[in-house]
Design a binder for this molecule. Structure first.
Ligand code: SAH
Length: 396
C-alpha cells in the first residue's frame, strides 16, 4: 500500500487543521479527488497548491470524508506500519497502567488508528471498527492483535456510530470463541461480570474507572443514588468504600440483573442496595414529590447529544436531571454529575449545571473535575477525543 498515489485535493485555505495534525477532513474542505475512490481506501491529501499534507483513509459515505493518520510523505503505509501503530498503543497502556487487566488498548484517532477501539478484559478482547478504513482493515487488525497479544478470544461489538459511516451492524466472534457466559474482571480490587457478546458499548464502562477511584474518599456512611447505574460499577465502588446504602436506577432490566450479580459477587448483602427499573427523569420527579432525600447522587447518563445539532435539546435534558438531583440532596450533599456527549464541551456542561443549581435554589461548589481515564488519552491536536466530563459538587 506504500505505493498508493491517489490524491484528495483540498480547497484553498482549508489546509490549516491538517497542517496542525488535526485528523478530520470534512466534505466542505475538499475540492476534488480522483474518481472511483473506495470507502476505506488510503489517499494522499494535498493542499490546493499541491503541497503534500497527510495520509488519510477515505469514506465517501461520511461527513468526515477523510481521516488522516500520518503526516510524513515518506511513510510506507503497509501492514508493518499498522502493526507498529497497534504495538505502540498497547505499549502506552502497559507503561501508564501496568496493573490494569480491564483496559482500553486502542482509542481510535487518539492512538493514530482512526475508528478502531480495542478493549482488553483479561485474556479476551473486544473490538469495534467505527470507520470505513478501520472496517476495511479489520481482518488484518485481528491478525496483528492475535500475534501481539495471543488473546483467548476477540469479540466484535456493534455501535450506532457505524450507521453514520454507512457501515452495517456488526457483532460476534472474530477470533477464538468469546465466552457465551459473562466473564469476571477486576477493577481496583473489585470484581465485575462483563458480557463479551451482549451488554452495551464494549461491555463495561472503562472510561469511568479513574472516577470510581477518585470518589473513594466521599462515600463513607452515605445514602447513595446511582442514577443510570448500568451494571452497578459505581455502586460496588461506593459500598466497598463504606457507603451505607446504594439505590441503582436504570431502564434496562438486564443491566440491573447484572448489577445485582456484581453486588453479590463483591459480598454486599441485599440490605445495602436496591435496584429500581425506572426512567430516571420520571423517578427523580416522583422522589421530589415524595420528599425523598439522598447524601450523594451520581448522574451518569448515556450520550444525550450524538452530534452538534442535538446540543440544545441535550442541554435541556442535562439541566433537567441535574436540577432534580440537586433538589433531592440533603444539605452538605454531593452531586457527581457526568456527560459523555462529545458535542457538549466542558465549559458548557458546567454552565448547564450552574443553571440547574440556580433554578433549584441551591448553592453548589465544585470539589473535583472528572474526565476520561488515562487509557482514553486526548491528543492535543485532536481535542474532539475528549468526550467525558464531570463535576463533583458540594451542595449548600
Ligand atoms: N454509570 C455506568 C454507565 C452508565 S451507561 C457505569 O459506570 O457502568 C448509561 C445507562 O443509562 C445505561 O445502562 C442505560 O440503560 C441507562 N439509561 C438510558 N436512559 C435511561 C433513562 N431515561 N432512565 C434510566 N436509565 C437510562
Amino acid at each position: 500500500m506504500g505505493t498508493i498515489n491517489r490524491r484528495l485535493v483540498l480547497r484553498p485555505g482549508k489546509d490549516k487543521p491538517l497542517r496542525q495534525r488535526h485528523p478530520w477532513v470534512f466534505s466542505g474542505a475538499i475540492a476534488r479527488y480522483e474518481d472511483q475512490l473506495l470507502a476505506g481506501e488510503i489517499v494522499q491529501v494535498v493542499a490546493a497548491d499541491g503541497t503534500w499534507l497527510a495520509w488519510a483513509e477515505f469514506n465517501p459515505g461520511s461527513q468526515i470524508r477523510a481521516r488522516a493518520f500520518a503526516w510524513e510523505p515518506e511513510k510506507v503505509v503497509d501492514e508493518a506500519f499498522w502493526r507498529r501503530r497497534l504495538a505502540a498503543s498497547i505499549e502506552r497502556r502497559r507503561r501508564l497502567l501496568p496493573d490494569r487487566q480491564a483496559v482500553r488498548l486502542v482509542f481510535a484517532e487518539s492512538d493514530g488508528l482512526p475508528g478502531l477501539i480495542v478493549d482488553q478484559y483479561g485474556p479476551h478482547l473486544a473490538l469495534q471498527t467505527l470507520t470505513a478504513g478501520a472496517e476495511a482493515r479489520k481482518s488484518q487488525t485481528v491478525a496483528h492483535l492475535v500475534d501481539l497479544l495471543q488473546p483467548a478470544s476477540i469479540a466484535e461489538r456493534d455501535d450506532p456510530v457505524r450507521q453514520k459511516e454507512g457501515l452495517p451492524p456488526a457483532s460476534g466472534p472474530l477470533w477464538g470463541e468469546p465466552p457465551a457466559e459473562p466473564i469476571v474482571i477486576a477493577e481496583h480490587g473489585h470484581r465485575f461480570y462483563v458480557d463479551l457478546l451482549g451488554g452495551q458499548k464494549t461491555g463495561f464502562y472503562l472510561d469511568q474507572a479513574a472516577n470510581r477511584l477518585a470518589l473513594a474518599p466521599y462515600w463513607a456512611g452515605k445514602e447513595v443514588l446511582n442514577a443510570f447505574s448500568y451494571t452497578g460499577a459505581f455502586a460496588v465502588a461506593a459500598l466497598a468504600a463504606g457507603a451505607a446504602h446504594v439505590t441503582n436506577v436504570d431502564t434496562s432490566a438486564e443491566a440491573l440483573i447484572m448489577a445485582g450479580r456484581n453486588l453479590t459477587l463483591n459480598g454486599f448483602p441485599p440490605e445495602r442496595w436496591t435496584n429500581l427499573e425506572a426512567d430516571v427523569f420520571q423517578q427523580l420527579r416522583r422522589w421530589r414529590d415524595e420528599g425523598r432525600q439522598f447524601d450523594l447522587v451520581i448522574l451518569d447518563p448515556p450520550k444525550f447529544a450524538a452530534n452538534p445539532s442535538q446540543v440544545e435539546r441535550a442541554a435541556r435534558a442535562y439541566k433537567d436531571i441535574n436540577w432534580l438531583a440537586l433538589r433531592l440532596l440533603r444539605p452538605g450533599g454531593l452531586l457527581a454529575t457526568f456527560s459523555c456527549s462529545g458535542s457538549i464541551e466542558r465549559d458548557l456542561f458546567q454552565k448547564i449545571v450552574f443553571g440547574a443549581a440556580l433554578d433549584a435554589g441551591r448553592e453548589a461548589r465544585i470539589i473535583t473535575h472528572f474526565s476520561q481515564g488515562p487509557d482514553h488519552p486526548v491528543l492535543l491536536s485532536f481535542p474532539e477525543g475528549a468526550y467525558l466530563k464531570g463535576l463533583l459538587c458540594e451542595v449548600g
